[in-house]
Design a protein around this ligand. Sequence first.
Ligand SMILES: Cc1ncc(COP(=O)(O)O)c(C=O)c1O
Length: 403
Amino acid sequence: MKPMIRLSHRLADLMPSPTLAIAAKAAEMKAKGQPVISLSAGEPDFDTPEPIRKAARLAMESGQTRYTPSEGNRSLREAIRDKFETDNQLHYPLDSILVAPGAKYALHALAQCLLNPGDRAVIVAPYWVSYPDIIRLSGAECTVLKTEAREHYRLDLEALDRALEPPSRLFILNSPCNPTGVQCRRAELESIGAVLRRHPQVVIATDDLYESILWSEEPFTNLPMVCPDLRGRCVVVNGVSKTYAMTGWRIGYAAGPKELIGAMSDFQSHTISSANSIAQAAAVAALRSTPALIAGMVHAYHERHDYLAPELKRLAGVEVTPADGTFYLFADCRTFLKEAPSVRDDLTLASEILEHAGVAVVPGSAFGAPGHLRLSYATELSTLKQAMERIQQFWISRTRLGA
Ligand SMILES: Cc1ncc(COP(=O)(O)O)c(C=O)c1O
């Protein structure tokens, strides 16, 4: 008899990622020998810099191959502490710092340690794809606050104030943002901080993963930097994945109130034991390196951005807010979709761009913003130019159809 496998209720609520369908289709086309260009990757196209790889080799050869403390090796937590002091003027004792296997897991541990069924977490759309599911896995529900490009993705503070009422227990802010690439400026952080002051039961998570991939005039800031009085309930989440082209190494970190970080460490001790010991040694080398190590990569993303943003704007019915950093641009295609009725929505649009232009992009619905597309420029400039030529051809064909 065929065994009956019944999945848990928690998983029943998990949303399959709309990006998977595109990725599967792109893989199928590639397997058939079709020349697909992917602008869907959420990771740098560069190799991890050699000094970081060398530190990993040394760690392996010197026997750093055992379990580490669940909160992470002391040497890495010291490097993280020093990074916060130097870059952010934030001072954390070592027992307020946690090393996790990626920022994603740090956020998962946070949600698991903080939220109960019946609680709510407030997130801002367009949001990073995993927030809703990380929250749902904890049994809590999401409140999504929508923001719009025409308002430079600024939060409606009255809506925020209402959303933060109990049973809200967590607020997540990501700047510079995946998928828009837009940075939350100091003045805006100050006004958000003023609203948060009225809701002392809310823990604030600031997702700073793209902190160092930034070219705006205003330097990076986050809520605990701008509002020191809120530090006691802020958890800063960061990692080495994007900055140092280390997505596969799986090292992220979190810093915040000692009791919460301690609980997250206990949670890790029973779920993953610890982050990988060799990757931790590599992350020390990354965090102790000088900014020169990543300057070339950031310059390349910036250059590609400056090519791609105006090219996207030239497409009929498309609007794009220039990014302050990251390696993404978020194209608002709602006018195009209205005028080209042969394409129903962003999911169909992404699928048709893949099928007819051979370019993989991510539909905005994945980020809680239907009618948009996310294009990643973690791809060489020459490939990016080829992709844009194909998209432009596709666009012209569809606009004619729609006319
Ligand atoms: C905004 C944001 N936060 C967190 C993560 C998780 O990064 P990692 O788990 O690789 O550290 C990502 C990765 O795409 C991201 O874009």
